[in-house]
Design a binder for this molecule. Structure first.
Ligand code: ZN
Length: 309
C-alpha cells in the first residue's frame, strides 16, 4: 500500500512538474532595464523604466499580466509605449494587458500585416476553444499597433534614445531591434536566442525564417560596432556584459549547423535521414529545446538545395 502511494506521489510530482505554471522572472540588466525571463524558454519581455513612464518590448497574452504585475512592483509610472519585436504570439499577442495605461503600441508594417492576416485568426480560434491550454485567451482581445513603420524610427522618451530598426527578413518576415545608447543595451527580439536552439519564425502556423537573411542581419548589426554591453535575447537567459560575443555565437551557430547539414547532403543523405542521424556539434550540445531543430533541418536542407545558402 505504502509503495503504491509512493508511486502515485512520484507520478503526481512528475505531472505537476510537466505542467508547472509559467513564471516571468525579472532580471536586472542595468539601471532601469529589466528582462522578464520566461521560465520555460518561451519569449522574454523587456521593460525600460524612465522618469516619464515605462516602455515594454514583447508580451504574450498568457503571461504579460505577470510582466505588468512586476512593473507595478518596480515603479508607480504608467506604461507609455509598447513595442513588439515581431508578430509571433509569444511576442505580440499580449498588448491587451496594458490597456488601463493607454500606451502607444509601435511595430513594423510587416508585423501588422502578419497580425491581421494570421495571428488574429489563431488568437480567435484559441479564444473560442475549450482547450485548457488556451484559457489565457478567454475574454481577451488581440490589440493591434497604433504606429507602423518601415526602416528606422527614433523615439525620444524619458531622457533616453530608442533607436528602433526594422532589420529585414531573418527570423521572421522582419524582426525589429531597439538600441538604447544611454543604457548600452540592444534588445534583439528573436534574432538572438541564448543557450537554446532558435525557433523558426512563426505566426499562427506560417513559418518564415531564412538562414541567409538571419546571418546577414547579425553581420549588419555587428558591423555597426555599437557601444553595447548586453544584447538582450528573445529567448533564453541574458548574458550581462558579454556584448558582441553573443552575436558572434548566434552567427556561428547557423554557419556550423548549415555546414553539418551540407556535409550530410554531400554524403548523399535525404532530409529524412538527416532528421534521424544529425548529431548536434559539441559546442551547441548544451542548448535546450532540441525539438525546435526539426523545423530547421527542413529549412537548412531546402535552402541548400534551392540556392546553396
Ligand atoms: Zn519567440
Amino acid at each position: 500500500m505504502r509503495g503504491k502511494i509512493l508511486v502515485l506521489l512520484a507520478l503526481w510530482l512528475l505531472t505537476a512538474g510537466a505542467s508547472a505554471p509559467v513564471r516571468m522572472t525579472p532580471v536586472k540588466i542595468t539601471d532601469g532595464v529589466y528582462m522578464f525571463q520566461h521560465s520555460q524558454g518561451s519569449g522574454n519581455s523587456t521593460v525600460v523604466i524612465t522618469n516619464d513612464g515605462v516602455l515594454v518590448l514583447d508580451f504574450h497574452i498568457d503571461n504579460a499580466d505577470q510582466t505588468l504585475a512586476g512593473i507595478r512592483k518596480l515603479t508607480d509610472k504608467k506604461v507609455k509605449y509598447l513595442i513588439s519585436s515581431h508578430s509571433a504570439g509569444d511576442h505580440a499577442s499580449g498588448a491587451w494587458h496594458f490597456r488601463e495605461d493607454k500606451p502607444i503600441y509601435i511595430a513594423t508594417r510587416n508585423q501588422i500585416h502578419d497580425l491581421r492576416m494570421q495571428e488574429l485568426e489563431e488568437f480567435n480560434e484559441r479564444k473560442n476553444s475549450n482547450d485548457p491550454r488556451y484559457a489565457g485567451y478567454k475574454a481577451r482581445e488581440l490589440v493591434f499597433p497604433d504606429l507602423g513603420f518601415d526602416g528606422n524610427m527614433t523615439l525620444y522618451f524619458g531622457g533616453l534614445t530608442f533607436q528602433i530598426t526594422a532589420e529585414g527578413r531573418g527570423h521572421s518576415t522582419g524582426d525589429l531591434t531597439v538600441y538604447i545608447p544611454q543604457k548600452r543595451v540592444m534588445l534583439m527580439g528573436d534574432l538572438l536566442d541564448t543557450e537554446i536552439h532558435p525557433g523558426q519564425g512563426e505566426s499562427a502556423g506560417v513559418f518564415f525564417s531564412n538562414v541567409k537573411g538571419w546571418i546577414q542581419i547579425l553581420d549588419n548589426i555587428m558591423a555597426r560596432n555599437l557601444p553595447v554591453d548586453t544584447y538582450v535575447p528573445g529567448h533564453g537567459p541574458a548574458h550581462i556584459g558579454r556584448g558582441v560575443k553573443d552575436l558572434e555565437e548566434q552567427k556561428r551557430y547557423f554557419v556550423v549547423m548549415r555546414d553539418e547539414v551540407a556535409k550530410m547532403i554531400a554524403a548523399g543523405k535525404s532530409l529524412d535521414q538527416i532528421e534521424k542521424e544529425f548529431k548536434i556539434p559539441q559546442e551547441f550540445a548544451h542548448y535546450t529545446r532540441p525539438a525546435r531543430l526539426r523545423q530547421f533541418y527542413k529549412l537548412f536542407y531546402n535552402q541548400l538545395m534551392e540556392t546553396g545558402y
